[in-house]
Design a protein around this ligand. Structure first.
Ligand SMILES: *Cc1c(COP(=O)(O)O)cnc(C)c1O
Length: 411
């Protein structure tokens, strides 16, 4: 009798690799994630992320129904056309761009930095005719400039970022810019990856046609599952285009099978969708009003603390982003020195920024907790001292405390 193994085909393996377990790779104490994302996740989100269910069927349909309903609240839209996407915030971005723009589409990209430039790049790759409005670093687009660019370029689509995470600029006139673009007959795509649920954004009231976000920033979910909402007008454009989207996975008309008709497109990242469900549920439980207030209070207190240390905030106050704070690195130090030291010595993770002379501290979701602020500000101040920069650590911590307690008393 031949044994079953004798029926195996001859196999001359490439030898297996020698690896270590995660216990040997991960730090003993988890790092406090205070950079520009990913951010810490609540226990309910972490737990949901351990569960696998059937990606089709009635349980998933119920989950998807609630995710869409909650996402509509967070986007502040009544549009039916909310969809999720397996992928980073950039996948949602590419879903917005590639479904709405194609060969010859006239796109005006308002470019504030690294991420808003990505939208221009994606539109170019779709074959669109892309004009950019280049906004200087640490500034926002002026309404007159936007109006002029709209008149000159007559775009079908305008792209803009609400918070440019790279240089920590906030497009605080987003509502007015969207109104100008609408009046000029363009659809407006907004990147709200770092800002959604940290500050007001009213998709319907502001006339926005597509909003995108990722999981790992304001929403405090895991990276890798993202959300997008299209207005009725944008959806009409998606459904009536002549050439199909070249990106099969990102084709919104195919994603509709799963996100609206309980059918198959690709196997959804079920655990990540469950995690996102819990993150959205926590936003709804907190309410947007209270969540915005918590973000503002924490971010302003941290900014006060950083300034009282004697460090300089990168962006001028009127266009300063609250959800990610940019801090100039004192001369003689590099962002990599600061980020490396604070991580090794204090188990606090913060970010550099694509070549800019700054470090960035996030104020998104779970990062906006008072105990995290004290630990982070102390670690930053101590890092600066140890690396030879002159900062006033007690003054920084005192200013943080004072700002928080004043705001708790309602000033
Ligand atoms: C982080 C970020 C992105 C990119 O998100 P990924 O998940 O890294 O793809 C895009 N836009 C903004 C404003 C961001 O902050």
């Amino acid at each position: 009798m031949p044994t079953s193994s004798s029926t195996l085909l001859p196999f001359t393996p490439i030898p297996r690799p020698e690896v270590v377990s995660l216990d040997e790779i991960l730090p003993e104490e988890p790092l406090l994630m205070m950079g520009a994302g990913p951010v810490p996740i609540p226990a309910a989100v972490a737990h949901a992320n351990t569960v696998v269910i059937n990606h089709l069927g009635s349980t998933m349909a119920k989950v998807i129904g609630q995710v869409k309903e909650m996402a509509r609240y967070v986007f502040q839209t009544r549009s039916k056309w909310v969809l999720g996407v397996a992928g980073p915030g950039s996948a949602a971005m590419e879903m917005a761009i590639s479904n709405l723009a194609w060969s010859g589409t006239r796109v005006l990209a308002i470019k504030n930095g690294f991420f808003s430039a990505r939208m221009a790049e994606m539109a170019t790759r779709c074959g669109a005719h892309v004009a950019t409005l280049d906004v200087p670093d640490r500034a926002v687009a002026q309404l007159a400039e936007v109006a002029e660019a709209l008149a000159r370029e007559r775009p079908e689509i305008v792209t803009i970022v609400q918070g440019e995470t790279s240089n920590t600029v906030w497009n605080h006139q987003l509502k007015e810019i969207a109104a100008l673009a609408k009046a000029a007959g363009a659809l407006v795509i907004v990147d709200a990856v770092c800002t959604l649920s940290t500050m007001p954004l009213e998709m319907d009231a502001w006339g926005i046609d597509a909003v995108i976000t990722g999981g790992q920033k304001g929403l405090s979910s895991i990276p890798g599952v993202s959300l997008i909402a299209f207005s009725d007008e944008a959806w009409q454009r998606v459904k009536t285009r002549e050439q199909p989207n070249a990106h099969w996975c990102l084709d919104a008309t195919l994603a509709e099978h799963f996100w609206h008709n309980a059918g198959y497109h690709y196997t959804a990242p079920v655990s990540g969708v469950l995690a996102l469900h819990e993150a959205l549920r926590l936003v709804c439980a907190e309410t947007l009003e209270k969540r915005f207030a918590r973000h503002l209070k924490c971010s302003e207190a941290l900014q006060a603390g950083v300034a009282a240390l004697g460090l300089t905030l990168y962006t001028p106050a009127p266009c300063r982003l609250n959800s990610v704070i940019g801090i100039e690195v004192p001369t003689g130090l590099s962002p990599a020195d600061v980020c490396g030291y604070i991580s090794r010595q204090h188990q606090v993770e913060i970010s550099g920024s694509f070549g800019l002379p700054i470090v960035r501290i996030g104020q998104m979701g779970e990062q906006c907790r008072e105990h995290n602020l004290f630990r982070t500000l102390h670690a930053l101040g101590k890092t600066m001292l140890d690396l030879g920069a002159r900062v006033d650590l007690p003054a920084g911590v005192a200013a943080l405390e004072q700002s928080l307690s004043e705001r708790s008393r309602g000033r």
